[in-house]
Structure formats: structure tokens, C-alpha cells
Ligand binder design. Sequence first.
Ligand code: SAH
Ligand code: SF4
Ligand code: F3S
Length: 451
Amino acid sequence: MNKTYHIITFGCQMNERDSETLAGFLEEMGYTYTEDPKTADAVIINTCSVRENADKKFFGVLGQLKNPHEQRPGMMVCVCGCMMQQQRIIDTLKAKYSWVDLVFGTHNMSEFPRLFQNASEQKAHLVDVWQDGKALAEGLPARRAYSYKAFVNIMQGCNNFCSYCIVPYTRGRERSRHPEAILNEIRRLAAEGCKEIMLLGQNVNSYGRAGQIEGGYCFEKDEPHWDFAGLLRAIDQIEGIERVRFMTSHPKDLSDDLIACFGDLKHLCRQIHLPVQAGSSKVLKEMNRVYDRQQYLERVRALRAACPSIAISTDIIVGFPGETEEDFEETLSLVEEVRYDSAFTFIYSVREGTPAAAREDQVPEEVKHRRFNRLLETMHRIQEEKSLQYQDTVQRILIEGFSKTDDTMLTGHTESGRVVDLPGDPSLIGQMVDVKIVKAQTFSLYGKLLG
Ligand code: SAH
Ligand code: SF4
Ligand code: F3S
């Protein structure tokens, strides 16, 4: 009988993309996908460590697999991803979850088939985590979640060391893929019918800049001499790709040339995710973000001057150590000033090993929660006002599947990244269509097909 697998993915799009590769490996080994992890022959949990909640969720999910694993000899439970790059997690796994078959990290994912084989033959706990990556692996298989939209990784790692963030420790130093490898992947996707590409990196704006790292592309020494804007221009020429998006952009590296792309390029969506994190220059400095409030606002003005219709979204952290009431008010006033289309808001979470975690002036939990709720109120008001502006407009959307809230409806995204639900024939899935917005609410838009 065919063996089955299931993958549980936490965290960001990078992890989702990595899970597509792991699924590709398993399918090459003859495994088929199954919905239920408890009856699968192989389960992988791909973990995230960005906030404490993510850690907790992982141990909850892992615990639920203990009984099925005991009862079904031969079942393989594997854990990987960002949490595994931390010694304290490996120690906990060894002490309390020694039944787990395979533990690997973010830097040796391309070794998965060999690791999996070894673990299943040895029938013993196999832990293999590398401290940093070697050259980027190319040509790995993938089982993509969709055929008409795809994530394309353009780089790995992060060099920024924001003082609150664990990612540089879990993903290692920044390395860029060679432009030809990226373009070939996108050409192949286009030939298979893919219409929308999301380029991924922790800081795509510094694509090709970290040239000192062995195995990475550097636009100053390698051919062709493209930075991120150059790469976008080349991608814009690929036949069949109708939409290009990217995330995430670090404001400090948002060049004028990249901003000009929003005015010039045909397929680049007029939408940018530009995490601000905080509105106070003092807090930004302590976060090691390398821009201040004025510089951030100047970049927003430049974006809107180049492309007045651009939709801007952001990430914000509330309750960073030492954040005063006045600092927080500055975050609120910045949100009012920029009027974001949407925002991911987070309560600061202590990440062991980062500089901010060692600070003694942590903000009390109840203060963090109070500020968080105030921020949400402000964001919701702005989002509602923005949302109502869609009423009666015509939007071009890519139909991506069935609505999450009503499976008799289709769903897709506007160029700005808003979800639109609409009635229509399932044969439209994968098509670009024009839709009139007939009902606009704070978090949802409803449309009607035109033509
Ligand atoms: N590389 C991306 C973000 C990756 S993490 C960037 O710099 O924009 C996604 C978001 O998680 C961050 O933007 C930040 O807002 C949030 N985040 C990271 N570390 C956090 C922490 N310790 N506590 C709360 N939120 C955090
Ligand atoms: Fe974390 Fe900052 Fe790197 Fe983003 S840029 S991944 S927030 S260290
Ligand atoms: Fe989480 Fe790792 Fe992404 S910590 S946010 S899965 S890079």
C-alpha cells in the first residue's frame, strides 16, 4: 500500500515554501499526501520561533502525536525549522520527547532524503542541526500549494539583527540566489500556467548585497549586475506572469530605484509590505532598525509620489522594553499619518538570546495588552474607512479557489492584496477577472463578475 505523509507548518511564508520542498521530497520517495496527521506514515512539523506563542503551539501539536506514534510502529515523526536552531529546544526534545524520530534544522533541509532514510533505518532518535548554511541548494523538488500562484525564495537568512528578533539566529547569514536560477524557476512556473509570483526574503531590498558570503550571489562581483530593482525589471519581462509581489522590505534599504519600479513596471502589484515596528525614533534606535520616524515617513511619501494608488501594509510591535506611554502615542500617531491599508500587530515577546531579552525595563503584561488594544481600535477604524472606499469600484482579481467562510463562493485578491468573495463558476479558478465590488465591510469585500 502507498505510504502517506502530512506536514504541519508554523510561521512565515519562508516556512511554507520550505514545506513545499519537503513535500516534494516525500512525493519523490513515493509518499502521498493525507489530511490526517495521526494516520500518516510520515509527519513533519516545520516550526517557527518568532514569538513565544509559536513555541507553545509546537509542543501542543507534537504532544498529540505521541499516542499515534506509539500505537503505529513504523510511523515517522520529524521536526524541523527555526525552533530547532536553538540549543534549549534541542535539550527539551532530548529530555522529554525522545520518541521523535528525526530532528533537523533550517540549514540542512536539502539533506532531508538522506536524513529521513537514516532515521528510518536506525530506528533511533536522529538529531542533525547545522549552525549555518553552506551554498544554497538549487533544483530541489517542490509540491506547490497552488498551480497559478507561487512563492519564490530569492534569498535566505538575515543580517540585520533587530534587537528583539530571533530570525538571524535561526536562519543564519543572508545569502542571495543567483538571478538566473530565480528567473529560470519563474519561467518554468509561467510555462506551467502560474500567473502570480510572490518573491520571498527576510529583507528583499538587500538582495545581492551580502556578497561576502560564500555561495551567495553578489551584484557587485557576479554577472549580471542586478540588485533587487534589476531583478524585478527582468521578472517583469517574463511572458505569462501577470502579477509580481514581494515581501518583506526593510525601510532602510528601500532605494529610489525600487520605488520607481512601482511607477514603471507592468506586472508589479501596487502594494508594499513595509514593516515600521514602532513610531518613536528612540524605540526604533533601540530596536536597531537603522531608520528613524522621519526617514520612514519620507520613504512612504516617496512611494506615494511615485505611485499614488499604492497600498501599504506594515508590522508593528507594542511593548518593546523601555517603551513609554509617549513612545506608544508616537506609534498611534504614525499609524494615523500613514493610514495603512492593513497591519500585523504584535505584542513584544521575549526571545532568549536576543539583546532586548536581557533588558531589565520590560513593559508589564497588562500595559502591553492595553496598548495593543488601543492600537487595534485605531487600525480597525482606518481599515474600515479604507475598505468602504472599495464600494462600487471595479477590481481586477485572480480567482484562487473557494471562499474560506462560504464554500459556495469563489475568492481572490485585488492588486492591493484585499480578499474579495464572489459568486461564480469554479471553472474560473486560476483566471484573472474584473469584478465590481457590491458590498464593502471592514474585513471583507464582496464582488460581482463583470462581462
Ligand atoms: N524580516 C521581516 C520580518 C520577519 S518576522 C522584517 O524585518 O520585516 C515578522 C514580524 O514579527 C516582524 O516584522 C516583527 O513585527 C514581528 N516580531 C519579530 N520578533 C518579535 C518579537 N520578539 N516579539 C514580537 N514580535 C516580533
Ligand atoms: Fe528580524 Fe529584523 Fe531580520 Fe526582519 S530584518 S528578520 S525583524 S532581524
Ligand atoms: Fe518564524 Fe522562522 Fe519565519 S522564526 S517567522 S518561521 S523565519
